[in-house]
Design a protein around this ligand. Structure first.
Ligand code: TA6
Length: 281
């Protein structure tokens, strides 16, 4: 298979990385997890994604940062006892295959597919493809095609970690309505206005906002466009970061997760294909 000229392949500690450098941007993709780790548009040279300095980069545990892929369940919603199956599914902890790569006028287009999409907890036939477009924006499209003869229901998310200069000065714009607060037994609360951060935040917003922006002191940092989702999850561990082994105790100051998600179950009929999209600029 020929590799797009904008891509350099790097092998480090058993992980294969695709380093992309084109006229629009620089990006890094790990085949372990099918995981975008970095995206720096050349228009402003500002990194959009946060990667923990203590992230496991050995291919033994999911990578903390970038865009982890949660699939076919979100969090521990696999219908079994917590801990019986891996949190956020089994795609983020396996090696993906490079199907193709191409330089086009909208950027470098990379297609990845997981080695397996059928495992304990999800015994269905389907084809999963992640399309990554490194261009003026970073686009990730996750398609889930039912190749079997029975319907299935799944949950999923782009669990994206965004880099911020200081979480204390960040405002999230674009969400409204209520959310389920995981830090308070999933009680239903109103989305704050303005939406700022000063404590542990783990919220499932049932408002499937299409456009969300991150502002730093009134200056827009990042735009997040989403489609194919039913909810948006917002997470910052705050003081709990100290008990997360692959995060610095104060690492929470430089990140915020804004996740384009399906958390209420999406049914896919035989031959149907669902596409979850996140576009970052
Ligand atoms: O998306 C939010 C969340 O489900 C949180 O509850 C928190 O645990 C986070 O994901 C990180 O999960 P992880 O399994 O990557 O440590």
């Amino acid at each position: 298979m020929s590799i797009a000229p904008s891509i350099t392949i790097q092998e480090t500690s058993g992980i294969t990385f695709l380093n992309v450098d084109n006229t629009f941007a620089i990006a890094q993709i790990s085949l372990y997890g099918g995981h975008v780790l970095s995206y720096i548009p050349k228009s402003d040279n500002i990194e959009r994604l946060w990667l923990s300095p203590h992230a496991h980069m050995s291919g033994e545990k999911p990578i903390r940062g970038g865009i982890p892929i949660c699939w076919p369940w979100f969090s521990d919603d696999h219908g079994r006892e917590k801990g019986e199956l891996p949190a956020h599914g089994f795609l983020r902890s396996q090696v993906w295959q490079l199907k193709s790569s191409e330089d086009t006028d909208k950027g470098t287009v990379v297609l990845l597919t997981p080695t397996f999409s059928r495992a304990d907890g999800f015994e269905y036939d389907c084809e999963v493809i992640l399309e990554i477009i490194v261009g003026e924006s970073l686009t990730v499209n996750l398609s889930t095609r039912n190749t079997g003869i029975v319907p299935f229901t799944f949950n999923t998310a782009f669990h994206s970690y965004f880099e911020v200069p200081d979480i204390n000065h960040i405002e999230l714009r674009g969400l409204q309505g209520s959310y389920r607060d995981k830090t308070d037994s999933f009680s239903i609360k109103d989305t704050p206005e303005p939406y700022r951060f000063n404590q542990e935040t783990d919220r499932i917003h049932d408002h499937a906002a299409k456009e969300i922006s991150l502002f730093n002191k009134d200056k827009k940092l990042t735009q997040i466009h989403s489609s194919g989702h039913d909810s948006v999850v917002v997470w910052n561990p705050w003081q709990s970061a100290a008990s997360i082994s692959d995060m610095d105790a104060f690492g929470f100051k430089q990140m915020i997760c804004v996740e384009t998600a399906i958390t209420s179950g999406k049914e896919v009929l035989p031959d149907e294909c669902h596409i979850l999209t996140q576009v970052i600029s």
